[in-house]
Design a binder for this molecule. Structure first.
Ligand code: AMP
Ligand code: MG
Length: 373
């Protein structure tokens, strides 16, 4: 087990922060809380330290990292960002510190390993007091992807980090559960109009209030829409090879996303749960408040994410729910789809990428893709 220090989420102990900062400056790895998810941090200016992040996560070298900074003044100093486009300034004025990542031209201080050799760098100023204290004490920008093995569910607690990475991290700062629980919105500011590369903690509507012509993230089109009747067979099929995009955020259990018309979604989940349980599977259900589903002490566990009209709360709870269902050893997770507004777009994105069991169209007629706006 790695060394873990519990810190107050608002007023972290300076001695704990100093110990973590020393590890970072010496080239080590520190997991720390942010308002989105826990990050696995290394000194972004130290290529060897950053290399350890890729090894610890099993992350492919062509997947660039987000660099964390204290503020726009630090980000725009021309050693990290070679240029600071006016739209990056407007977005960061509006949303920093917070769950927004801007992609800008890479500055000379950033080693190529950080950006997978891309000429752009992704920068974010986190709002979490522990992350900010760590950045201030370390005195260097911190490269930090989510602190989980590549392709698996992101961590929203220190316990998730320790369960996933164990001794591969030198120190874990435990600042309690993350407030937002879903990763940052990534916006490419090097194109005109700007492009949202990944939906996340800042809703698309809020980005468009600043940049009305912002292009939405590419919809994730499921590889296979499997007919409802194929569910048990889908469960028995071999897993796809791990880490292949767009598979991501995946729990150990096979997750099947059920989309379509709302009433049909619940009916489909109900029927599939009963069928899978009768076939001897342990089934987890990710549902909304008020969804009528069967629950059975032996075989069917239901987790309510939120009321259907609060997709932001559901997004906040998704990763913890997936970790909890994994801990209960379910074989298959049937997840309902959610509306796209607010953090619902990020929630739809994470569910589609986690759905290594495919996506079921509940009524056989609705459009099977993520909502675009
Ligand atoms: P995470 O695993 O949460 O750290 O995700 C980082 C994501 O940010 C990547 O998967 C990319 O989508 C995006 N990103 C990071 N750096 C860059 C970059 N230099 N250019 C474009 N996108 C980037
Ligand atoms: Mg990640």
């Amino acid at each position: 087990m790695p060394r873990c220090i519990v810190v107050d989420a608002v007023h972290p102990d300076p001695a704990a922060i100093a110990a973590a900062a020393r590890i970072l400056r010496a080239g080590g790895l520190v997991a720390f809380p942010t308002e989105t998810v826990y990050g696995l941090g290394a000194n972004a200016l130290d290529a060897d330290a950053v290399g350890r992040i890729f090894v610890a996560k099993g992350r492919p070298a062509d997947d660039p990292l987000i660099v964390h900074v204290l503020d726009a003044a630090g980000a725009g100093d021309r050693t990290l960002a070679a240029a600071w486009p006016p739209i990056a300034a407007r977005l960061t004025d509006a949303f920093w510190p917070g769950p927004l990542t801007v992609v800008v031209p890479r500055g000379p201080a950033i080693p190529p390993i950080v950006t997978a050799c891309l000429p752009m760098v992704a920068l974010r100023a986190p709002a979490h007091p522990v992350a900010r204290a760590l950045l201030a004490a370390a005195g260097v920008p911190i490269a930090a992807p989510s602190a989980n093995p590549f392709g698996r569910t992101s961590p929203t607690t220190a316990a998730h980090v320790i369960a996933g990475l164990g001794d591969r991290v030198d120190l874990v700062l435990d600042g309690g559960p993350c407030a937002i629980g879903v990763e940052s919105t990534v916006v490419d500011c090097t194109t005109d109009p700007i492009r949202v590369l990944r939906p996340g903690g800042i809703p698309l509507e809020a980005i468009r209030a600043i940049a009305p012509d912002a292009i939405a993230a590419e919809a994730i089109v499921p590889e296979a829409i499997v007919p409802d009747a194929a569910l048990p067979a889908a469960d028995a099929a071999a897993s796809p090879s791990p880490g292949t995009q767009p598979r991501h955020y995946a729990p150990r259990a096979r997750l099947v996303l059920v989309t379509g018309n709302d009433g049909d979604i619940v009916a489909t989940i109900r029927a599939a749960a009963v069928r899978l349980a009768a076939a001897g599977k342990r089934v987890g259900l990710l549902v909304a408040a008020g969804d009528e589903v069967p629950v059975d002490a032996e075989r069917i566990v239901a987790v309510c994410l939120a009321p259907l009209d609060n997709p932001s709360l559901a997004a906040h709870r998704l990763f913890a729910a997936l970790h909890a269902l994994d801990a209960q050893d379910v074989d298959v997770i049937l997840a309902r789809d959610w509306p796209a507004r607010d953090l619902g777009l990020a929630l739809q994105d994470r569910l589609r990428r986690a759905a290594q069991g495919g996506t079921v169209l509940a009524d056989g007629t609705a459009a099977p893709v993520m909502a675009r706006s």
